[in-house]
Design a protein around this ligand. Structure first.
Ligand SMILES: Nc1nc2c(ncn2[C@@H]2O[C@H](COP(=O)(O)OP(=O)(O)OP(=O)(O)O)[C@@H](O)[C@H]2O)c(=O)[nH]1
Ligand SMILES: [Mg+2]
Length: 422
């Protein structure tokens, strides 16, 4: 049996920012050239693309790790590091990216749309930025921002206006083939259809997207048959065409079949009042007109409109389609999942320690230190002033002095080393 994959787990990582460079300009006859270390390039982004030609997540089963290119490091002569290349991940339309905590990172619900899933790390400044009138030879540069590996669960939730649901072999694919240009596989056995097929129905002045959803069986909501895999595709259709084998050609009662599928939809979490029309298929196999009318009546008693059709002889669809295009404008649009941005939690703990290491380096450590360094734009004077104020207000300067730091002492703050200046 061919495998249809509509749920996978992958990891993705945007590119790291390249490191800034420490370098000094050297020229013959020029002593003490200025700092000329270039900036690191930004890391590449991870970008998603909703590809209308893809229909399964199968590829992701074999390829589960995705990483965009890192930014290049800066180099001497103010050479900027190369920008890391973006990585584009193509997915079928309707793919939802969920984070490990269940929040939605992206819902790729429109054909051709692109979204940034993960942003690349910003490149670090080279020491060319750090020349100030009082500090002509800064020997520090900023490292690029390192990115993390994220895990995502991908779920394909097909988007269509109308979904054909029902037991296997009742003729759903045959109906899709009758009404649209789609050419689904049709055969006289259960679970012929393993992936949802889509087609466009053009009727009178309207058109709508029709999805043929693989057959459901009793216990599908608990994972029996192909289980949840298929129920997931019912979620984003606006109207259901619930197909039953009216002729009972496999010996089952159509109303009983209908009840079983309703139960599965409800167990899966579909609202009980889900708009649906009953399609009584295979009526070419019923010779008694009264029997057909009686069946329509049984469904009406349950509160459903029922339509007698035959996909084999293409009869009875006019009335059904007229009703569908009349209903659709009144129904809400397909469900879209709200995307949540996750922002890094602000660091509240301002505590820090200063220790002197063997080489005489003063190491400042604490939960908020790296965050402080990352927040500074070293090329901008105002930002630098803010940074100095932070060092003073947080008591870091005082503590360094207390521990014995003197003008010119090496200080390691987060992952950045520089000389202590008062
Ligand atoms: N006599 C008759 N046979 C039909 C009709 N519609 C479909 N069939 C036959 O019923 C069998 C199943 O049809 P499919 O369209 O593959 O059924 P399905 O509901 O898509 O089945 P699964 O994909 O397995 O869930 C095929 O042999 C069809 O030719 C109909 O209106 N009348
Ligand atoms: Mg089928």
């Amino acid at each position: 049996m061919a495998t249809f994959v509509d749920r996978v787990k992958i990891t993705a990582k945007a590119g790291n920012g390249g490191n800034g460079c420490v370098s000094f300009h050297r020229e013959k006859f020029v002593q003490n050239g200025g700092p000329d270390g270039g900036d690191g390039g930004n890391g590449g982004n991870v970008i998603l693309y909703a590809d209308p030609n893809m229909h399964t997540l199968l590829d992701f089963r074999f390829h589960t790790k995705y990483a965009a290119e890192n930014g290049g490091d800066g180099s001497a002569n103010r050479c900027h590091g190369k920008r890391g290349q973006d990585l584009v991940i193509k997915v079928p339309v309707g793919t939802v990216f969920l984070r490990e905590d269940g929040t939605v990172a992206a819902d790729m619900n429109e054909a051709g749309q692109s979204k940034v899933l993960l942003k690349g790390g910003i490149g670090g400044y080279g020491n060319q930025h750090f020349a100030t009138p009082t500090r002509q030879a800064p020997n520090f540069a900023k490292p690029g921002i390192k990115t993390e590996i994220h895990t995502f669960r991908l779920e394909l939730k097909t988007i269509a206006d109308v979904g054909l649901v029902g037991f296997p072999n009742v003729g759903k694919s045959t109906i899709l083939a009758t009404l649209t240009a789609a050419k689904p596989k049709i055969a006289n056995y259960h679970f012929t259809t393993l992936t949802p097929n889509l087609g466009i129905v053009k009727w009178r002045e309207s058109d709508f997207v029709l999805a043929d959803i693989p057959g459901l069986v009793e216990g599908a909501s608990e994972g029996i048959g192909l289980g949840h895999d298929f129920l997931r595709h019912v979620e984003r259709t606006r109207l259901l065409l619930h197909v039953v084998d009216a002729a009972g050609s496999e010996g089952r009662d159509p109303v009983n079949d209908f009840d079983i599928i309703l139960g599965e939809l409800e167990a899966y979490g579909e609202p009980a009042d889900r708009p649906q029309l009953v399609v009584l298929n295979k009526c070419d196999l019923m010779y008694d007109e009264d029997e057909k009318k009686e069946l329509v009546h049984r469904f009406e008693l349950l509160g459903y409109e029922a339509f007698i059709v035959s996909a084999a002889t293409r009869q009875g669809f006019d009335k059904l389609l007229d009703r569908v295009i009349q209903l659709l404008p009144e129904l809400p649009p397909p469900r879209v999942f709200l995307e949540e941005e996750i922002e890094a939690a602000p660091v509240k703990d301002m505590s820090f320690t200063v220790t002197q290491e063997k080489g005489g380096v003063f190491v400042v450590d604490g939960p908020g230190i790296q965050h402080l360094i990352d927040s500074v734009n070293f090329g901008d004077e105002e930002s630098m002033n803010w940074f100095h104020r932070q060092l003073r207000d947080r008591g870091i300067i005082d503590e360094l002095r207390k521990k014995g730091a003197k003008e010119g002492s090496p200080v390691l703050l987060g992952d950045m080393e520089f000389d202590f200046i008062e």
